[in-house]
Each structure stands twice: as C-alpha cells, then as structure tokens.
Design a protein around this ligand. Structure first.
Ligand SMILES: [Cu+2]
Length: 68
C-alpha cells in the first residue's frame, strides 16, 4: 500500500471533500481517502499495482479541482 498527499485547490466545503472522496474510492485499488478543504490537501492510500498516482490526479482534475 502506498500513501500520497496531493495539494488540491478549488475545494470549498465538506461537499467538495465528499465529491473527491467518492470519486477516488470508486477507483479499483484506492483503499482510503482523506480530503481537507481547509488544508487544500487530499491524502490517498492505494495499491500501486492497481491504480497509479497519475490516474488519481486525473480523477481529481476531472471533478473540477486543480491539482498542484
Ligand atoms: Cu464545496
């Protein structure tokens, strides 16, 4: 299992956090997600054999948030 913390701009409330969490947890290989609009971070625990960091970043961006 790998852990990454990504800087993400554009989250403004708990709803945005939930949007990110739901989208990432739908990916096969993502085990856990923590999102904070206050800290502007998304932390993801994932199986690197099933999903890549690049895919995770793309999904965050596809949901309307800006990955730093
Ligand atoms: Cu929001």
């Amino acid at each position: 299992m790998e852990n990454i913390t990504i800087n993400v701009a554009g989250m403004k409330c708990g709803g945005c956090e939930n949007t990110v969490k739901t989208a990432l947890l739908a990916l096969d290989g993502v085990a856990a997600v923590e999102a904070s609009h206050k800290d502007k971070t998304v932390s993801v625990a994932f199986d690197g054999g099933k999903v890549s960091e690049e895919q995770i970043r793309q999904v965050i961006g596809a949901n309307g948030f800006q990955v730093a």
